[in-house]
Design a protein. Structure first.
Length: 279
């Protein structure tokens, strides 16, 4: 059991407790549970942001400006997380981990519209449509993860993992925000990876990693596969020369969408060399 106590200039004191319990069933099996609370404290953006994001002509002929504003009353976002896990090593060459989790969120950030007002400065005269940060969203997520390690041969090891996530976010009854709840579709529901580590000889190794990431409906980003490969030559005990290829299956792709002031870029296929010196 433990707790983290922190003081910040925005919300004062924050308490983040946690507790966990593990049971060694036998020499090759273990079961554990945990519970924790965490917070995201406000930033200066949450409280003091003032940004004109969009301008457009109104039907009356006057210019309209959408202004995003922070709020001095913004509170910390909170999550309460509960997990249960199982670890087993049924064979000296094989191990397995299973984890399930359920999390509850409250006071999540929303962008609430407020009453428009008229401004003369800066020119030209315009109508401001304020959008203010507030804490009017809650929700929960749940899911499961599995990972395994398998020593197929003394020179060849395989590892892999799979995760499933389901998020549900809801605006509070008093909220007028119609967009923030879409954040539950900004994370992939399914992900998995398989990694191979092969020692071809004493000095040569060949590693490969295959990844799958599910689609992001909120950003209209499709699912994708990614393959990375690495061929390495160990020159003595301290020097390694390697050639690495990343994103080998596609010339380029999106991994996320535009978000606020962040413009999405497309990682490209790449090949590069590396020299590593250990001492």
């Amino acid at each position: 059991m433990g707790a983290k106590i922190e003081h910040n200039a925005f919300t004062g004191r924050e308490l983040e407790p946690s507790a966990s319990l593990a049971w060694a069933i036998n020499d090759r099996q273990a079961l554990w549970i945990s519970a924790a609370k965490a917070t995201r404290e406000p930033s200066i953006i949450d409280e003091n942001l003032k940004a004109d994001s969009v301008s457009f002509p109104l039907p009356t002929g006057v210019l309209g400006v959408v202004r995003v504003l922070g709020s001095p009353n913004f509170q910390s976002e909170e999550v309460r997380d509960y997990e249960i896990g199982y670890r087993a090593q049924p064979h000296p060459r094989f191990s397995l981990d299973l984890v399930s989790f359920y999390s509850f969120y409250r006071q999540l950030r929303t962008i609430e519209p407020e009453a428009p007002f008229f401004e003369l400065s800066p020119a030209p005269p315009h109508v401001v449509l304020p959008q203010v940060f507030m804490n009017k969203m809650h929700g929960q997520d749940y899911g499961a993860e599995a990972s395994l390690n398998w020593s197929v041969l003394p020179r060849w090891k395989l590892s892999g993992g799979y995760s499933w996530l389901k998020m549900n976010l809801y605006a509070d009854p008093s909220s007028l925000d119609t967009t923030s709840a879409a954040a539950d579709r900004q994370s992939p529901r399914h992900q998995f990876n398989v990694r191979s580590y092969l020692n071809l000889t004493r000095n040569w190794s060949f590693d490969n990693s295959l990844y799958y990431v599910g689609s992001l409906p909120a950003y209209q980003v499709p699912s994708y596969y990614r393959l990375d490969s690495r061929l390495a030559w160990h020159v003595g005990e301290s020097v390694e020369l390697s050639v690495v290829g990343q994103n080998l299956l596609n010339p380029r792709r999106f991994e996320f969408g535009n978000n606020d002031l962040v413009i999405a870029t497309q990682p490209e296929r790449s090949v590069f060399g590396r020299v590593t010196w250990s001492f």
